[in-house]
Design a protein around this ligand. Structure first.
Ligand SMILES: [Zn+2]
Length: 343
C-alpha cells in the first residue's frame, strides 16, 4: 500500500514536471512567433529560377526591368502630402510599413495567406510594383550596398547614398538631408511624425543613421518621435498605441525585422520554412496595423496613404551585394503608383 502510494506520488510529480516543461516550450514558441503560420503548402513552394518567379507575380503593374527606384517611396509620400485634400476629408495621414529584408518572391505565398496586409490592400483597389535597391536597376553594376541603412535612408530622403552619405550600416547621416520625419513636419505638411523600429542602428547607437535627426528634433521641440522597441511585437504595439490616439501621428514610418532575422538566421529563401513564417508574421502584423487604421473613429474624414515596402532582398544568409535576388524589391500602396518616369 505504502509502496503504491509512493509510486503514485512519483507519477504525479513527473506529470506535473512534464506539464510545466510543455507550457514553457509552448510559451516560448508563441512569444517568438505571434502566430503559427505554417499553412498547408508553405513547405511545398517549388524552387524556380528567380526571373521566372518575378514574371509569375501577376499582381505587379510593371516588370522587373521597369522597376522603380526605391526612392519612389519618398515621392509617393511627398506627393500625397502635397496634393489637395479630397472632398469630405479633413486630414492627411500616411504610414510606411516596412518588411525588412523581404524578398519580393514571397508574394508567391499570398495565395495561401490567412492574414495579409498586402492582400488587404490589393483586394481593395490597391496597387503593387517592382522597385529596386542598389542605386541602379539590375543587371547594371550597383552603386550602393543593398544594406538596411542605405536602403531605408534612400526611401526617407529621396536621394541615394552618394548624397545622403549613408553608404553602409553604422554610417550616420547628418541632420541634412532631412528625412520625411523632419521635413514634412518642419514644412508644415504634417503636424507630427513617428518612426517605430526595433533595429538599434536606426537611431539608438552612436553611429545610428538618424541619431543626429533625433537629437535635432528633441533640441528644437519638433514633434517627431523616434521610438525603438525590444522586438517586432513591441514595434507593433507602439504603432497600435499611436493609432489608438485621437490625434495620431500624421506620418508613421516603421520597420519589422521578421523576414530579415529569418533570412540571416537560416536563409533568404522560400525553401526555408522559417523565412516563409517570417513573411507570414510580417504580413499579419501589417494587417493588424491596417485594421487599426480603418477602425479609427475619424477614419472617414482622414485621407490615408498606406505603403508596404522592403529595403532589400537577400540571397543565402545575406544581403548587401549586387545580386538579382538582393536588388529587386516592391512597393504596395492603397493608392495608384505612377509608373511614368520609368516606362
Ligand atoms: Zn534590411
Amino acid at each position: 500500500m505504502k509502496k503504491s502510494k509512493k509510486t503514485l506520488m512519483i507519477c504525479v510529480c513527473i506529470a506535473a514536471a512534464l506539464c510545466v516543461a510543455a507550457g514553457i516550450i509552448l510559451f516560448s514558441v508563441l512569444r517568438s512567433h505571434p502566430s503559427v503560420w505554417l499553412a498547408q503548402g508553405d513547405d511545398a513552394v517549388t524552387e524556380m529560377d528567380f526571373e521566372a518567379e518575378l514574371n509569375g507575380l501577376s499582381m505587379m503593374e510593371n516588370t522587373w526591368e521597369t522597376a522603380l527606384p526605391q526612392t519612389a517611396l519618398y515621392d509617393l509620400v511627398r506627393s500625397h502630402f502635397d496634393s489637395p485634400l479630397p472632398e469630405g476629408k479633413t486630414e492627411k495621414k500616411a504610414i510606411v510599413i516596412g518588411y525588412d529584408g523581404c524578398r519580393v518572391d514571397a508574394f508567391r505565398l499570398l495565395g495561401t495567406a490567412k492574414r495579409s496586409a498586402v492582400n488587404m490592400l490589393l483586394d481593395n483597389g490597391g496597387h503593387a510594383v517592382f522597385s529596386y535597391a542598389g542605386g541602379v536597376n539590375y543587371p547594371a553594376e550597383s552603386t550602393q550596398k543593398t544594406s538596411t541603412a542605405p536602403g531605408w535612408c534612400s526611401m526617407l530622403t529621396g536621394v541615394l547614398a552618394d548624397v545622403h552619405g549613408v553608404t553602409a550600416n553604422d554610417t550616420p547621416k547628418g541632420v541634412e538631408p532631412k528625412s520625411l520625419l523632419l521635413s514634412l513636419v518642419e514644412e508644415g505638411k504634417a503636424d507630427s511624425s513617428a518612426i517605430y523600429v526595433s533595429w538599434a542602428k536606426h537611431f539608438s547607437t552612436k553611429n545610428g543613421t538618424y541619431r543626429a535627426e533625433k537629437e535635432y528634433a528633441e533640441a528644437n521641440g519638433i514633434p517627431a518621435v523616434y521610438l525603438r522597441a525590444k522586438n517586432d511585437r513591441g514595434t507593433r504595439q507602439n504603432i497600435l498605441d499611436d493609432l489608438a490616439k485621437a490625434d495620431c501621428s500624421d506620418f508613421i514610418f516603421s520597420t519589422h525585422e521578421y523576414t530579415d532575422h529569418a533570412g540571416h538566421g537560416s536563409g533568404f529563401s522560400l525553401q526555408n520554412i522559417r523565412y516563409v513564417s517570417g513573411f507570414r508574421d510580417a504580413d499579419a502584423t501589417g494587417a493588424d496595423i491596417i485594421e487599426a487604421i480603418e477602425n479609427r473613429p475619424t477614419y472617414g474624414s482622414e485621407d490615408w496613404l498606406i505603403l508596404i515596402t522592403t529595403d532589400h532582398g537577400g540571397i543565402d544568409k545575406n544581403h548587401g551585394g549586387p545580386s538579382f535576388e538582393e536588388r529587386i524589391t516592391f512597393i504596395v500602396s492603397n493608392r495608384e503608383i505612377p509608373l511614368g518616369a520609368n516606362e
